[in-house]
Ligand binder design. Structure first.
Ligand code: NAD
Length: 250
């Protein structure tokens, strides 16, 4: 028996080829789930769904727009009749110093990371409540816990810290409905989110701060998402799961 047999999972921001969302989608599919890839570009989302195997779907959805979230969830319910797992993974970052953050930068980063998590969660919660089961998994960051210092600016740290608060508050409020809510806090993982903006110096500095001496892989995060999505974590809610090679031992 596979860990996610018969389960339907939605993963936002999952079309990035080397990203955490796609790695999670692949692992969930390998463990028996049907996966819905949501991302900004419809064709990229569809291609990613096809890449991970048969029976998965890809849809365009900008998580900052509640109407997009509602439309996507309606399609998923029509196609599969249920939603068991939501991974709020869509995120953007900007390497800015505190005095350089404009209102526009703040809105962009807070909206995708934090409002997007709220929008998608609010859209699936009524359905999960009705079925008295569901798993919410929210992508925070070590930046929330240690005040940045890797790549993202203070507004990114704030957005990811906001996700921790939202995760825990949802865990408390939704536990009586059989819905679990947990956060993952990745450290430095090699993906395209830093989009070639890391200099060799920055890279050396980051690696020096990681006791395990290597950057994380997307699969390292996917494994933790699988744990939180499956019944292996049946009694875990409101937690923050650190995936950082020891770079924040606290
Ligand atoms: P990535 O850039 O590879 O993927 C992010 C995806 O989100 C992209 O496909 C992008 O198109 C999508 N996206 C952006 N805005 C969106 C929107 N409004 N609606 C829907 N999708 C949108 O990044 P990644 O490294 O895979 O990061 C995934 C998540 O993990 C993010 O939330 C990120 O903040 C978090 N994270 C990453 C790291 C790391 O080191 N890579 C560390 C900590 C946390």
């Amino acid at each position: 028996m596979k860990l996610l047999d018969g389960q339907i999972a939605i993963i936002t921001g999952a079309a990035s080829p080397r990203g955490l969302g796609k790695a999670t989608a692949q692992l969930f599919a390998d463990h028996g789930a049907r996966v819905v890839i949501l991302d900004l570009d419809a064709a990229q989302a569809e291609d990613t769904a096809a890449d991970i195997g048969e029976g998965h779907i890809g849809l365009a959805c900008d998580v900052t727009r509640k109407a997009d979230c509602e439309a996507a969830v309606a399609v998923v319910l029509e196609a599969y009749g249920q939603i068991d797992i939501l991974v709020n993974n869509a995120g953007i970052t900007q390497p800015l110093k505190i005095m350089d953050i404009t209102h526009e930068d703040y809105d962009a980063v807070l909206d995708v990371n934090l409002l997007g998590t709220l929008n998608m969660s609010q859209t699936v919660i009524p359905h999960m409540r009705e079925r008295k089961t569901g798993k919410l998994i929210n992508m925070s960051s070590v930046s929330a816990q240690r005040g940045g210092g890797i790549f993202g600016g203070p507004h990114y740290s704030a957005a990811k810290a906001g996700i921790l608060g939202l995760t825990k508050a949802m865990a408390r409020e939704l536990a009586p409905d059989g819905i679990r809510s947990n956060a993952i806090c990745p450290g430095f993982i090699a993906t395209d989110i830093t989009a070639g903006k890391l200099t060799p110096d920055m890279m050396d500095q980051i690696l020096a701060g990681i006791p395990m001496g290597r950057a994380g892989e997307a699969s390292d995060v996917a494994g933790c998402a699988l744990f939180l999505a499956s019944d292996l974590s049946a009694y875990v809610t409101g937690s923050e799961l650190d995936v950082n090679g020891g770079s924040l031992i606290h």
